[in-house]
Design a protein around this ligand. Structure first.
Ligand code: C5J
Length: 221
């Protein structure tokens, strides 16, 4: 039976049989000093408040045995999946693939590419390495979700207006109903987080829904 979650722009009707949690890129590269986020000049401490909120979401989904997907923005060690247009963008201190404080920047398997320990995946959860900002590009994830019968995605992770919003838009176009949990996402730019949330819920939920984590917890209790 569907569970009604108070949300914007209107209540989200959650189907326990068809929902999955997607945690976007909660990896050391973005959250800890010395990673990709920091070499781009960002204050990475701004992302820290998302960690306890994502932990609460993981607990909600794990307690119910509902599917959980973790993504990492990650490139192959030979960079064959990193277009020069991405690698050469901007003037960062270090580029994707260079040696950094946590190993090679944004490369699969390197220490910096691991999900922060507080949110580490557990056996049975899906882990996706994605070369793009969106979670469907070159990952095969849509086919896996279709096989699982998933029709709704609850979103968390970083950063709100880059990989989270891109993934949410990709999911919306593929027919998933998407709910973003506001405390479980952060940006290096608070004003961009706020703007992304407004863009998602505008025009009757043109990209999806957003809700506070307490609303979800209370509705599921
Ligand atoms: C960025 C991401 N910001 N995970 N990646 O480059 O949002």
């Amino acid at each position: 039976m569907a569970i009604s979650i108070p949300a914007r722009p209107y209540d989200f009707s959650l189907d326990p049989q068809r929902v999955a949690l997607v945690v976007i890129d909660m990896q050391r590269d973005f959250i800890e000093p010395g990673g990709f986020g920091a070499v781009l000049g960002n204050d990475v401490s701004r992302l820290l408040p998302a960690i306890p909120a994502v932990a609460r979401l993981l607990e909600l989904f794990r307690d119910r045995g509902w599917p959980v997907i973790h993504t990492r923005e990650a490139h192959r060690p030979d960079l064959s999946d990193c277009p020069p247009a991405k690698r050469l963008r901007g003037k960062p201190g270090l580029r994707i693939g260079d040696d950094g404080a946590m190993g090679r920047i944004l490369i699969a398997g390197e220490p910096g590419n691991q999900i922060v320990p507080e949110l580490a995946p557990i056996p049975g959860e899906i882990e996706i390495d994605k070369p793009g900002k969106g979670m469907f590009w070159a990952t095969g994830l849509h086919e896996r979700l279709q096989e699982m019968g998933i029709a709704q995605l609850v979103f968390a992770g970083v950063t709100t207006e880059v990989c989270v919003q891109t993934s949410m838009r990709e999911a919306n176009d593929r027919g998933y109903e998407c709910l973003l949990i506001e405390e479980a996402t952060e940006s290096y730019f608070p004003e961009f987080k706020a703007a992304a949330i407004e863009m998602i819920v505008a025009q009757g939920g043109i990209v999806g829904w957003t809700a506070g984590i307490a609303s979800l917890e209370q509705a599921l209790s």
